[in-house]
Design a protein around this ligand. Structure first.
Ligand SMILES: [Zn+2]
Length: 272
């Protein structure tokens, strides 16, 4: 079985780690952009409530995605963060369940100022939002525990993926952490300043101070290895968002005015 399997439910597409799901009941998925109700430039499955889209459309889109994943009953427990390209990892306990999950104007706000969420609670979907940045989902089936991480260049350079991995491994249990790395902008399309590339190559030995292109995935991979997630337990989706704006939102390729796809994870199945 391939690591990520593309599913299409009523015109809505997502990639799920099916082997993990079959073995543990833990859902790890990355959404595509079709099958929702948002109008351009957010067409159509925009899940981000902070980009100027109609809140009712975002709320409906999130529900459609959860339903397609078989998680529609957990709508009120969906938990989201207001991401700031920082390095804070927030542990989601029962008090925080449901924060930011609904997108309506009078809904409970998302958890502010964090770029990673982790939990050991079952039936609690964690969702973060992306348009080129690197989505990372960390899973420890033996606990079970999950974390969802947002890493743009600031987060990748600061090592947020490794920080979240440390949080998950410090909880005891077997040495079974696995990282699922979703669609993001590839080095093929990510031209940045020479100064930024050299900042990265000073921090990460596997990044060559090359041609003004930045390989965020390589930085995240090295960060995760240092945090105890070997390469063979890092599963990469591999598609470039900027090259595939028919499927994904791309901040770069769409000049900053676009929607957000998501990474979502939930401990479900046998424990749900
Ligand atoms: Zn590309």
């Amino acid at each position: 079985m391939p690591e990520f399997v593309r599913h299409v439910v009523d015109g809505l597409a997502f990639w799920r780690a099916d082997e993990l799901y079959a073995r543990t009941g833990i859902t790890v998925a990355f959404s595509e952009r079709m099958g929702g109700v948002s109008e351009p430039p957010f067409a159509s499955l925009n899940l981000g409530s902070h980009v100027g889209d109609d809140p009712a459309a975002v709320d409906e889109n999130r529900f459609r995605l959860l339903s397609a994943l078989g998680l529609g009953d957990l709508r009120s427990r969906l938990t989201c963060a207001q991401q700031v390209h920082g390095t804070r990892v927030m542990h989601v306990d029962e008090m925080l369940v449901g924060a930011g999950g609904r997108a309506l104007p009078d809904s409970r706000p998302p958890i502010a100022g964090v770029d990673a969420l982790d939990t050991t609670l079952s039936a609690t979907p964690l969702m973060l939002f992306f348009a080129d940045c690197v989505p990372i989902v960390l899973v420890r089936p033996s606990v079970p525990a999950i974390a969802v991480v947002h890493a743009g260049w600031r987060g990748a350079l600061s090592g947020i993926a490794g920080m979240a991995a440390h949080v998950l491994t410090s909880a005891g249990g077997d040495d079974d952490i696995v990282a699922y790395i979703g669609p993001h902008i590839g080095a093929c399309c990510y031209e940045v300043s020479e100064a930024l590339v050299s900042q990265f190559s000073n921090t990460f030995v596997t990044l060559a101070p090359a041609d003004g292109r930045l390989d965020l995935a390589a930085a995240v991979a090295e960060d995760l290895v240092r945090a105890g997630v070997p390469m063979e337990r890092q599963k990469r989706h591999g598609m470039c968002t900027a090259d595939n704006i028919d499927r994904f939102f791309s901040y770069r390729a769409e000049n900053g005015l676009t929607g957000r796809h998501c990474a979502v994870a939930a401990i479900t199945g046998a424990t749900f």
